[in-house]
Every structure is written in C-alpha cells, then in structure tokens.
Design a protein around this ligand. Structure first.
Ligand SMILES: Cc1cc2nc3c(=O)[nH]c(=O)nc-3n(C[C@H](O)[C@H](O)[C@H](O)COP(=O)(O)O)c2cc1C
Length: 170
C-alpha cells in the first residue's frame, strides 16, 4: 500500500442550513466510525461553527475515495486542500474528532500555531494547521476517537467523552 496524508479545511454550512451542529456532528461521527477503520483511515476532524479542518491518512486510494465523498457533502463548502502527499509513516494511530472552542488550554494552542485566538485555517500553513490539529485532538477538546487494528479491519470505540473541564484544585 502507498501511505498518504491529505489535509483540508472548509466552511461549515450546518448553521446556514438551519441544522443543529450537535446533531450533524453526531451523524458525521457515526459515519466516520462506521467507514474509516474498515478503510484503514486514521486522522482527525476538528470543527467549530465556522470551519472544518481534517487530516486523512491511509492508502492513497482509500484517502482519495473518502475525500471525494466528503467533498460532495452539502454540510460544508469552499473546500481547500492544504496538503496531499505520500508519507513514510502515520502521524495518527487512530481517528479523532475535536471541537475548536475556547479554554485556557485551547487558547494557548491557537497562540502556539497561529496568530489569532480562534480557528482561522485560511491564515495557517500546512505545517501549522497539521500541528494544531494534532495538538487539539490530544487536548481536552477531543470529543471522540476510534482505533484501527494493525490490519485496519477492526475497530474499538468510539469513546465519547465530553470535553472535561479541569477542576481548579487540579
Ligand atoms: C467536514 C466533514 C468531514 C467528514 N469526514 C468523514 C470521514 O472522515 N469519514 C466518513 O465516513 N464520513 C465523513 N463525513 C461524512 C461524509 O460526507 C458522508 O456523509 C458519509 O461518509 C456517508 O456515509 P455512508 O456512505 O456510510 O452513508 C464528513 C463530512 C463532513 C462535512
């Protein structure tokens, strides 16, 4: 197999379509959990009311198939491919979803990778967007994730945890 990574961002149309972000993200999560592990796809999807940004890793044919389907989804528009290239190894061993909102921890990630406090992928390089997504899905912002086995044909999860707030007492 030819291992490949694709990074894109897009504008969310969910609010504009008058739909519930929570409900649509649940549907996208369900589809991703159903489709990505059997296709050997790992990576991450981050979102807020305005934007999506996603990394898809796996066999280049599987990544292309998945992206073509996702790109045609009416829940977003203005898709921009930020990077698409062969890779030596995966950066992600599983598939995760995270909400790009605000907390002390997340605001520090915006400052680390971008010039604004808030997600604006249009101003970010491929390297900074990729690093931001990787950091965000390892933070409290992660809302779900699912694993694939080495063979890519088994799944566990999703484990859905609401973005936990750290207690002041630590
Ligand atoms: C921004 C965005 C990212 C998405 N990511 C995925 C994904 O990683 N995997 C997936 O199967 N569907 C994803 N979807 C949903 C697909 O567009 C499509 O609705 C879904 O794959 C259909 O699943 P089905 O073929 O099993 O019915 C995404 C949708 C959007 C708007």
């Amino acid at each position: 197999m030819f291992l490949f990574r694709l990074v894109f961002y897009s504008r969310s149309r969910i609010t504009e379509l008058g739909n519930s972000v929570a409900k649509e993200m649940r549907a996208i999560l369900d589809a991703s959990v159903r489709n990505n592990p059997p296709a050997g796809l790992t990576g991450a999807l981050i979102f807020n009311d305005q934007y999506f940004a996603q990394i898809l890793e796996g066999d280049r044919a599987a990544v292309t198939r998945s992206f073509c389907k996702i790109a045609a989804d009416p829940r977003h528009s203005n898709q921009v491919i930020v990077e698409a290239k062969p890779i030596e190894q995966r950066m992600f061993t599983d598939w995760s979803m995270a909400y790009a909102g605000h907390s002390d921890e997340i605001d520090l990630l915006y400052l680390k990778h971008s010039v604004t406090i808030g997600l604006n992928p249009r101003t970010m390089t491929a390297a900074s967007l990729t690093a931001f997504i990787a950091d965000l899905v390892r933070s409290d912002a992660r809302v779900a994730h699912t694993s694939i086995s080495q063979s890519g044909d088994a799944i566990s999860g999703p484990r859905i945890a609401p973005a936990a707030k750290k207690s002041a007492a630590g």
